[in-house]
Write a protein that binds this ligand. Sequence first.
Ligand code: ZN
Length: 433
Amino acid sequence: MLIKGGLVLDPANALQGRYDLRLKAGKIAALGPELSAEPGEEVLDAQGLMVVPGFVDIHVHFRDPGLTHKETLASGSRAAAAGGFTSVVCMANTKPVMDEPELVRAFYKRAAREAVVHVYTVAGVTRGLAGEELTDFAALKAAGAAGFSDDGNPIPSARLMRQALEEAGRLGLPVIAHEGDLSLVADTIVNEGTAAARLGLGGMPAAAEDIQVARDVLLAGLTGGHVHIQHVSSARSVAIIRAAKVRGVPVTAEATPHHFTLTDEALLTWGADAKMNPPLRSAADVAAVRQGLADGTLDAIATDHAPHTPTEKAAGLAQAPSGIIGLETALGLTWTELVQAGVLTPAQAVAKLTYLPARIVGLAKGTLRPGADADITIFDPNATWEVDPARFYSQSRNTPFAGRRLTGQVRYTLVGGRLVYANGTVLEKEAFA
Ligand SMILES: [Zn+2]
């Protein structure tokens, strides 16, 4: 296939301009101005569109195995394709939990059959994500774990986190940390602030997150192990990570579209569809997260795509599970809230959706260099559209962005040189197998 006439943006190679791309045998075979079609070559017209490396989301929940009433490898990977993501990393809080090598191996076998994009998984830091006993990191790495995370559950003890960073550091993998001292949660996982007070809830202060971020960057400095901080939501956490990076601590961090877009005021409109962990916080926190993305303190954008059924979300703010889906709104929110708002350049935004997250978990993805896998996203940076959850490929609908107008829309997603999404439709696997 020849992708012709698009504006190519490949931040990993500081490349930006009008180039054509030739794909052969699943790889990028050539990149140059004005390549002409060879006999029999399919041509994809990318005039007016941006051609970028396929997006990489290092934080998703596909709920498979065990919680497939919320999402499956099949539905989650189709949502990824529709959102322009060609590689995703699943969290370990499935049922059973990903804490044994056989489970990880079985996961990859099924993903190869059922998913339409590249799907990876982390393994739990602790058995059962119970925060007590470390899993067998070496065996889990050999089975294909992309890192270690108890995401959903903060690691309760500093001693355990130290051991995890030492172990993972020896293996060259990150400990991926969900931060929040749960002893500081009053009753419900919402931000302790005026919105919670109006709802009659106690909430959770930003300090709960900050305390563990501070602890873990200190432990990363002590051990030399790489800690990756997930879904940073508070201004103080951004400042702690910034200072740690200046000292040379091996720390990376991500922000979600919801944390750079919404404040806890969204709870008043959206109820449980604006409940996530860590919670939405104040306008000052949102501004700090944006600043952290702009100055490189926050390396990556990750969605924390967290599907739940309407029934589960209807249980009321206090009872409903935390989390929202994010794969199909990520590009639109990034483009509208960060690029159009002047927070990030297009190249910075694409970098945070491609090679920077890939590098955190050691995936050789996120570039259009000839020889690289032909995982490619093509989007219209000027198309404006309205979020309609009824059209999502995700099995779930829990989003506070329904009805929102966004600019930036995915047109085509290619995985290994094959179209898996084109103009609103995920192509069924048989069609490209
Ligand atoms: Zn989390």
